[in-house]
Design a protein around this ligand. Structure first.
Ligand code: AMP
Length: 465
């Protein structure tokens, strides 16, 4: 199937061609014709499936006829986080470039003034986080009586973040006769109940099992000590041994994001932090520098990183096993995007057994234990040389394919280092050559006959390795 078969207008088709897309993704193929028909849609789809274009493309065509009235947006898209809302706005700009639709973005942390001016003139598309929208609504700045299309995106995340009462209040103020598009990565009973309340005879679309992580992501589990210091050392050892081009590192708590960020920075890594307490302009500029490759590592909380679309993330590290098992799927889905392969490592301590069991139940299988030293060794500053904690050392010297990957990884890492913008401190603090043979030789644990794809990657050996 091609985009031409979906019933979209020539202007939208042109924008799609300009974006370089040739084939609709499964969610686009299934959702677009129904949205164009005016049907409600209940979509069970993760980010990374192309669902944003799945609703924005037909919305642009629906909204192309008709005019917005002052303070009465014609369509409303609710997003759980500011970053996601901004990303959807970017999508509208890309796909709507040949149409003249007006759009406003209402997110916390940014100035109201410009957005209010836009609203006063009338907008076709309003993209908002629930709190900010209600705030404006209660101050009489916005009327929802003319909103004929409602999109509720990432509904399960709205639930996790406690936004559902706000969403219900907003929906209660919308016209009863409207088109509703409702998306969620997972469909727990609470979300299903909500969908039943908000949607009328929806077309149900599920593009992949909500419990299955992207197939392009190779997952590994790394045992770590519960001692924060040792756990951080385990993470550094892992980062050093992997050919990390660009990695997201997830922590469960904002406080720990800050602690880990400062620790990695002290150890000379090219790192930034992202969490919900940061001012919006700082969040935006941090994301930009990560997207632009100015920093290699981004330590973040789930809220900040939800749904981020950064195509070149090579690795995801779960510094903590997520509290909500579904977050595991979201987190590791930040890598392996757009058909690329990705690696996701989860650090687990003995205290995490229940959380890990919940993840295992959700994804329907155990995560293979990864040899923590599978990649190359990146020498750090002398005082910060990654001492492998015992549980990592136990798996540090894999044999067979794992051993090959280790050597390869180091070679690759070295090459990457040469090009990377590494902070001065790292270069000057004095590096220590890794001692690949100083750790005991042990066979790889728990992989059985399975050889993860990341161990089989073809990498040239440097002459000096
Ligand atoms: P989403 O799931 O909406 O976050 O989209 C994930 C990524 O897929 C974004 O970078 C989109 O630009 C990209 N994308 C969306 N639709 C297509 C398509 N039909 N072909 C190629 N890339 C796409």
């Amino acid at each position: 199937m091609t985009f031409d078969d979906l019933g979209l207008s020539p202007k939208v088709l042109q924008a799609i061609a300009d974006a370089g897309y040739t084939t609709p993704t499964p969610i686009q193929e299934q959702a677009i014709p129904y949205v164009l028909m005016g049907r409600d849609v209940l979509g069970c789809a993760q980010t990374g499936t192309g669902k944003t274009a799945g609703f924005t493309l037909p919305m642009i065509d629906i909204l192309a006829s008709g005019r917005a009235r002052a303070r009465m947006p014609r369509s409303l898209i609710l997003e759980p986080t500011r970053e996601l809302a901004s990303q959807v706005a970017e999508n509208f700009e890309i796909y709507g470039k040949h149409n003249k639709l007006s759009m406003a973005l209402l997110i916390g942390g940014t100035s109201f003034v410009d957005q209010e001016k836009k609203l006063d003139r009338g907008v076709d598309v309003l993209i908002a986080t629930p709190g900010r929208l209600l705030d404006l609504f209660e101050r009489g700045k916005i009327l929802l009586a003319d909103t004929k299309i409602l999109v509720i995106d990432e509904a399960d995340r709205m639930l996790d973040m406690g936004f559902i009462p706000d969403v219900e209040r907003i929906v209660g103020r919308l016209p009863k006769i409207r088109q509703t598009l409702f998306f969620s990565a997972t469909m727990p009973p609470e979300i299903r109940r909500l969908a039943d309340a908000f949607l009328m005879n929806p077309k149900e679309i599920a593009v992949s099992s909500p419990t299955s992580p992207a197939e392009t992501v190779v997952q590994g589990l790394v045992r770590a000590s519960a001692q924060p210091k040792d756990k951080r050392a385990t993470l550094r050892a892992l980062i050093d041994r992997e050919a990390v081009a660009s990695a997201l590192i997830f922590c469960n708590r904002k406080r720990d994001v800050g602690i880990l960020y400062r620790s990695l920075k002290r150890h000379g890594y090219s790192v930034a932090e992202l969490h919900g307490d940061m001012a919006q302009p700082v969040r935006t500029s941090t994301l930009k520098s990560f997207k632009d490759g100015e920093v290699e590592l981004l330590v973040c909380s789930d809220v900040a990183a939800r749904g981020l679309d950064i195509p070149k993330v090579s690795h995801v590290f779960n510094f903590d096993v997520p509290v909500h098992a579904e977050d595991y799927i979201h987190r590791i889905g930040r890598t392996g995007r757009a058909g690329r392969s990705g690696l996701a490592f989860t650090l687990t301590t003995p205290a995490d057994s229940k959380l890990l069991a919940a993840v295992t139940r959700l994804i329907g299988r155990r995560i293979d234990e990864a040899p923590a030293a599978a990649g190359g060794s990146r020498p750090g500053p002398a005082e910060a040389a990654p001492e492998l904690p015992p549980e990592v050392v136990a798996e540090a010297e894999p044999t067979g394919p794992a051993r090959r990957a280790k050597v390869n990884g180091r070679t690759k890492r070295g090459e990457a280092r040469g090009k990377a913008k590494t902070p001065k401190g790292r270069e000057t603090k004095g590096r220590r050559e890794a001692k690949p043979d100083s750790t005991p030789s042990r066979p790889t644990k728990s992989f059985g006959d399975h050889t993860p794809a990341f161990m089989l990657r073809e990498v040239k050996l440097a002459a000096s390795a």
